[in-house]
Design a protein around this ligand. Structure first.
Ligand code: FAD
Length: 405
């Protein structure tokens, strides 16, 4: 079987970025990236697309154009891990050997976990910014809706970009407010959790926007079924005593964020923790049971916010630690859990939530990060997409080491 210095599982934000960073440090490394898709997506752009503030075409590029020149792209899917013999199995029957393995296949969206959802997506007023083909439909619905009821949903945590469900709501409401139709639209945020945002420091700023948009908050309300043709969404609603009842809500527009989990081939592998995520040391990002395996990105068991901003910091940690491990040295780098969630509270302003493990605030700039700012909007819409394509995916260390997400 072909054997590489390093095999990278997944060529998304993390896989391309960490490979580029490793090759900048040691150009002679033999690295294979296993990635089935011939397209690579800039997912943080989809919220903006759904709010009419970004072109969908700018969120996709051919994978082939992004694989670092000295790495080998293997267009296949990993199906099984065999860490006892340092090998991975592919869906085309091949097997690859490695000295070190980097696990970064992202997470799995559970569209099928909500009854009737898949049959309704993209029609009947049902949409989601979590898919490339549907984000433009969100913007179409926002423009078309002039009255009625608009429901926005958030599934149980963890999800990638925990702020994205409410970002969809804010940008829609801001458009309706500018058009003078917001008063005719009954807006409701149905959240499976019990708080507007996981880090309390940001909640007051966000609440001001919820009030400004007259949006109703329904906590402990988890979407379980969608009847597209009749435009009814069903929620499992938990009361204070823990009793769950099913509540039907009619809608004109429904923005869904699907439940999310570790990919099945991770969940069923020896690498998984009891919840199915790839077990990862929170500081070194090394697997606690397999010392030649590292992980980064959304697949990790770590408690940081699952964001591209986190990936940008993790790339440097994994690259440095893996190379030290190759040389038999102690691991030099420790991850602080940094992640960032730019909350697009209106077109033109962003609350830039940056925090690490335990919700510790980690602002990049010496400014109060809980305040909505115009400068942060420019960062989100202009600087960050550039930083992603030209900095992070190309392994530029001076860029990957800056914090801003
Ligand atoms: P991905 O980028 O998803 O890549 C995983 C890759 O693994 C994919 O290319 C996939 O094809 C591949 N793969 C899957 N299975 C296999 C397999 N079996 N074998 C081999 N390869 C496989 N982040 C921010 O920082 N800021 C934001 O504002 C933001 N907003 C977001 C808004 C939305 C709507 C969404 C969906 C995400 C947002 N994110 C944001 C999150 C960000 O996109 C992710 O955290 C980031 O892409 C994670 O990188 P990753 O490499 O772990 O996963």
């Amino acid at each position: 079987k072909p054997t590489f210095d390093i095999v990278v599982v997944g060529g998304g934000a993390a896989g391309i970025g960490v490979t580029a960073s490793l090759l900048r440090r040691q150009p002679r490394l033999r690295i294979a990236i296993v990635e089935p898709s011939d397209k690579h997506y800039y997912q943080p752009g989809w919220t903006l697309v759904g709010g009419g503030a970004f072109e969908i075409g700018k969120t996709v590029r051919p994978t082939a154009s992004l694989i670092p020149g000295d790495a080998q792209w293997i267009q296949a899917r990993v199906t099984r891990f065999a860490p006892e013999r340092d090998a991975v199995e592919l869906d085309d029957g091949r097997e690859l050997g490695y000295r070190h393995l980097i696990v970064c296949p992202g997470l799995q969206l559970g569209w099928d976990k909500i009854d009737g959802l898949e049959a309704s997506l993209g029609k009947h007023g049902v949409t989601s910014n979590y898919r490339f083909d549907l984000a433009p439909y969100t913007w179409q619905l926002v423009r078309e809706t002039r009255r009625g009821r608009a429901l926005f949903t958030q599934p149980p945590m963890p999800i990638k970009c925990a702020g994205a469900p409410q970002k969809a709501l804010y940008l829609a409401c801001d458009h309706w407010r500018r058009e003078g139709v917001l008063a005719n639209i009954d807006v409701e945020f149905n959240n499976a959790g019990a708080a507007l945002f996981g880090v309390a420091a940001f909640v007051p700023s966000l609440m001001r926007y919820i009030e400004r948009y007259h949006a109703a908050l329904a906590f402990n309300s988890n979407l379980v079924a969608v009847d597209g043709p009749n435009r009814v969404a069903t929620f499992a609603v938990k009361d204070a005593d823990g009793n769950v009842t099913r509540v039907d809500k009619p809608f004109d527009m429904l923005h869904v964020v699907p439940p999310q989990a570790a990919p099945d081939f991770i969940r069923t592998s020896p690498l998984a923790n009891p919840d199915g995520w790839c077990e990862t040391d929170p500081a070194t990002l090394r697997h606690p049971r397999y010392p030649n395996i590292f992980a980064l990105g959304d697949v990790c068991s770590t408690s940081n916010a699952k964001t591209a901003a986190a990936v940008r910091k993790q790339i440097v940690i994994v690259a440095r630690n893996l190379l030290a491990a190759r040389d038999g040295q102690p691991l030099p780098a420790a991850y602080d859990g940094y992640g960032a969630c730019p909350l697009t509270v209106e077109k033109g302003k962003v609350v830039f939530a940056e925090f690490g493990y335990g919700g510790k605030l980690l602002p990049t700039f010496p400014l109060d990060g809980t305040v909505a700012r115009r400068s942060s909007w420019h960062m989100k819409t202009k600087l960050l997409p550039w930083l992603y394509w030209e900095g992070m995916l190309k392994g530029h260390e001076w860029l990957t080491q800056t914090k801003a997400g």
